[in-house]
Design a binder for this molecule. Structure first.
Ligand SMILES: CCCCCCCCCCCCC/C=C/[C@@H](O)[C@@H](N)CO[C@@H]1O[C@H](CO)[C@H](O)[C@H](O)[C@H]1O
Length: 499
């Protein structure tokens, strides 16, 4: 960390910015869009949304997509990561009803991006299941695997020619542990014992089926890359001489991300042995006839193993882990994991309660992935920082610079990182935090009718990093005015999506 040599991002390294449908689009019931679980959750529980601002209007990107693309051009990014709202294009979730008007919105957005040589990186699922599918059990229903595959097929068919980067599913841990294993996120059904693990199995298989479908029917002709987005924050023992806490950190890593990565990226496949042992043993003691962690069959293990062209790594922060002496509700995933998390009191805090800056954690997470999964190709599909309103976001600038510095070190030591994505292009609805936590390079004036977007300091700094391909701590812009500087023909418009 004291080695401050100037390091450079390679010419083929890709820089991008991200958003997701529910968080930015608004237009929650326009032009035939179906109801999503976030529409239902936020309407039935307005008290759960910190400042009362939900995704009904959000950043209004459904109407302001031209301005969004203009912002991406101002930044000079190589790609834009956004998600397709399943309920906007298939209002019930099933292929029996296709909403052309919903698809038209994505046609326009994708065409506008390509017009300016910005690659679309499409997430098929970013937390917004249709309510109709949720009423059938959502991701706890094994049929969800084929519901997702059917949806993926329709979207692949429509966009395979234009989209070279795909993320099947964003953050299975959030979907399953927070959406089903608690009531923190939609649908908030709180089935901590069995349902959360059923969800894990179904979400993983849904991902793998979509991957195999692309591989079989689209890959040869269109040469795109399909990955999965996993939250890989760093978890390490609070104290390194304490075996009990070191074992707790092993459990934390396995439950937080190993359970999703091991089946896809390890040589042997299947769930991590440490989780299998813990949950099987506890289930037996608790009187279950079979383990609460479902089995994967031989065929399922094979389907999953190797089902990603790259790992989409969402990394924000680090947690310090201790074994828990306190009793959790049992049976539950928390009880199975049996850990307590804290964070370094000296680490700088973002606006979100869980977000502290510890860039060394990104480096360590990369080393861990390399050792456990043999240097997988990685795209950082999310990294970001939350602040209050305001354009002078020096803390975001410091955070992005520090984490990009750590990333350069990890790359120098062999990590195969192909790209980096800031979360987020613009302020948006941060789920139950509403708009009280701002993640945008661009500020959105949520009070205005027009949802005015204005570049923050971080937007100018990120633009400079992309142009110069180095992280210069001393650089600052002469004003907050941002302009489009890159001409279309200066960019590589023959891009095929090679990693
Ligand atoms: C003083 C000690 C405090 C310790 C607190 C420990 C409590 C642990 C609670 C865990 C809370 C979750 C933490 C991690 C969250 C992120 O990985 C997660 N938010 C990333 O998801 C993406 O986040 C973006 C910005 O938050 C955005 O919302 C995007 O849609 C998500 O994919």
């Amino acid at each position: 960390w004291t080695d401050t040599r100037r390091r450079t991002f390679p010419q083929n390294f890709l820089f991008g910015a991200a958003s997701s449908a529910y968080q930015v689009e608004g237009a929650w019931n326009e032009d035939g869009k179906g109801e999503s679980i976030w529409d239902r959750f936020s309407h039935e529980h307005p008290e759960k949304i910190a400042d009362g601002r939900n995704g009904d209007v959000a950043s209004d990107s459904y109407h302001l997509w031209r301005r969004d693309v203009e912002m991406l051009r101002e930044l000079g990014v190589d790609f834009y990561r956004f998600s397709i709202s399943w309920p906007r294009v298939l209002p019930t979730g099933f292929p029996s009803s296709i909403n052309e008007a919903g698809f038209k919105y994505y046609d326009n957005l994708i065409d506008e991006l390509l017009k300016y040589d910005i690659q679309p990186m499409v997430t098929l699922y970013h937390f917004d299941l249709t309510q109709e599918l949720e009423d059938l059990g959502g991701w706890t229903n094994p049929l969800s695997v084929s519901w997702f595959e059917d949806y993926a097929k329709i979207v692949f068919k429509r966009y395979a020619e234009k989209v070279k980067f795909w993320i099947t599913i964003n953050q299975p841990n959030t979907i399953c542990m927070e959406g089903y294993g608690s009531d923190l996120m939609a649908p908030g059904v709180n089935v901590k014992d069995v349902g959360a693990y059923e969800c894990v199995k179904n979400v993983l298989l849904a991902h793998a089926k979509a991957y195999r479908l692309y591989e079989k029917e689209f890959k040869k002709e269109h040469e795109g890359n399909v990955g999965i987005g996993v939250a890989v924050n760093w978890f390490e023992s609070l104290d390194h001489n304490n075996t009990v806490n070191k074992e707790a950190a092993d459990r934390a890593r396995a439950f937080e991300f190993g359970i999703y990565l091991h089946p896809i990226f390890s040589k042997e496949g299947d769930f991590p042995p440490i989780i299998r042992t813990i949950v099987d043993k506890k289930s037996q003691e608790q009187g279950f006839k079979t383990s609460r962690l479902p089995k994967l069959s031989y065929e399922e293990i094979k389907l999953l193993r190797g089902s990603a062209d790259y790992l989409g790594m969402n990394h924000y922060t680090t947690f310090l882990v201790q074994h828990s002496e306190e009793k959790f509700e049992s049976p539950s995933v928390e009880d199975d994991r049996n850990t307590i998390y804290t964070q370094g009191p000296e680490w700088t805090s973002g606006k979100s309660s869980w977000l502290k800056s510890a860039p060394y954690g990104l480096y360590k997470a990369c080393v861990h992935l390399n050792l456990n999964y043999d240097y997988p190709p990685i795209i950082i599909t999310e990294h970001g920082w939350s602040t209050d309103k305001g354009l002078g976001d020096q803390s975001r600038v410091n955070n992005i610079r520090a984490y990009l510095g750590a990333l350069l070190l990890a790359m120098e030591d062999g990590t195969q990182v192909k790209g980096y994505t800031v979360w987020s292009l613009l302020d948006n609805v941060e789920w139950t935090a509403g708009t009280s936590e701002r993640f945008g390079l661009y500020e959105v004036d949520f009070e205005s009718e027009t949802k005015e977007r204005t570049a923050r300091l971080s937007a100018l700094v990120y633009k400079h990093i992309i142009e110069s391909r180095v992280v210069e701590d001393g650089w600052s812009p002469s004003s907050l005015k941002i302009e489009i500087t890159k001409k279309k023909d200066e960019k590589n418009n023959n891009y095929k999506g090679e990693l």
